[in-house]
Design a protein around this ligand. Structure first.
Ligand SMILES: Nc1ncnc2c1ncn2[C@@H]1O[C@H](COP(=O)(O)OP(=O)(O)OP(=O)(O)O)[C@@H](O)[C@H]1O
Ligand SMILES: [Mg+2]
Length: 314
């Protein structure tokens, strides 16, 4: 059986003690014989990903899969270019300075998606990627314990504690990447405790809290704002499974995305609503305004965001 047959259709699957994530580098393995595919996998797969709510445990902490970016990922070229420039720029001094970057902005604006896409695009540039669910100190702690269960870490005889995981990561040299995703509820001081020691590595943070700039400095942070209109239109039509070449559909889509402030979460949900046949794109705004007030008056949506707008209404 060829490597192509073995891996055909595979997205995420487990290898002993760890998890393989389908990625561009691994996709190359699909078109070569099995022996070469195995080689490619063992050499190239360096995505180590953890969250607090894992689905698989080797000791007391799980190593679940890193999410893939959305299959409908659209746009964000400027932000991705800025991240790429930031993390590939040569350091001035002799000592390698750790590079930080914070993406902040309202819920549903696309911070996590941008970060996922960036890591996927840059997979060849990082020796290791650690994806940490930073929603709380508990999820971070669980994530770090999960890292201790990685085969590569186990050969360093770690004691399973978060501190030993941090020590191991700091020993990996300059070129690892560590993502603290959704660090919305931690103070800068709380989050900083979970940075590996030393001057190496690359740290990305996503958060609704712009106060985390305190850790990355102003010039290494960026507010993620609404999508550009043409990208938002493209996303809506993709999500709605509609033909994006039709001019009349583009005009309808333009009205919808502007009503939704070009917020990707809202647009993706609106597209799904249309795709499922709940409404036609031409009637969406009528339906939307009919239900919007009722939805927004629901207690679950109130106070959900410190920003002026919310994607909940879609
Ligand atoms: N560039 C994009 N292309 C396509 N869909 C997107 C894009 N960005 C975001 N989305 C959609 O919006 C959803 C929310 O995005 P994401 O989780 O990145 O937001 P966030 O800013 O991290 O929100 P939170 O603060 O709640 O963590 C995604 O699950 C996806 O459906
Ligand atoms: Mg997020």
């Amino acid at each position: 059986m060829s490597g192509k047959q073995v891996f055909q259709g595979a997205q995420n699957f487990s290898i002993s003690g760890g998890t393989f994530i389908a990625a561009d580098s691994a996709r190359e393995a699909l078109s070569c014989p099995l022996s070469q595919a195995n080689q490619l996998l063992s050499v190239q797969v360096k995505y180590y990903t953890t969250t607090g709510a894992g689905d698989r445990a080797t000791s007391n902490a799980a190593i679940p899969v890193k999410p893939n970016s959305s299959i409908r990922f659209t746009g964000r070229t400027n932000v991705l270019a800025k991240l790429k420039e930031h993390f590939t720029a040569e350091s001035n001094g002799k000592l390698r300075r750790r590079k930080f970057f914070l993406l902040y902005g309202m819920g549903g604006i696309g911070k996590t998606q941008i970060c996922l896409r960036f890591i996927e695009d840059m997979s060849d540039c990082f020796s290791h990627v650690f994806w940490i669910d930073a929603s709380s100190t508990d999820t971070i702690t669980q994530g770090l314990k999960g890292i201790c269960n990685l085969p590569e870490a186990q050969s360093s005889a770690l004691d399973g504690s978060p501190q030993s995981a941090l020590w191991w990561i700091s020993s990996l040299g300059d070129n690892y990447a560590m993502v603290f995703d959704n660090a919305d509820n931690l103070t800068p001081e709380e989050l900083e405790q979970y940075f590996p020691s030393g001057l190496g590595g690359n740290i990305l943070i996503t958060s609704r809290n712009s106060g985390l700039k305190h850790l990355t400095l102003h010039e290494s942070s960026l507010e993620v704002k609404e999508m550009e209109e043409h990208d938002a239109i493209s996303l809506l039509l993709k999500a709605a499974c509609l033909d994006k070449s039709q001019e009349d559909l583009q005009a309808e889509a333009s009205k919808v995305v502007n009503e939704l402030f070009c917020i990707p979460l809202a647009i993706d949900q609106a597209g799904a609503f249309i795709a499922f046949g709940d409404t036609d794109i031409r009637d969406y705004l009528k339906e939307y305004s009919r239900y919007r007030e009722r939805l927004l008056s629901c207690p679950a949506f109130q106070g959900a965001s410190t920003y002026n707008r919310s994607s909940s209404g879609s």
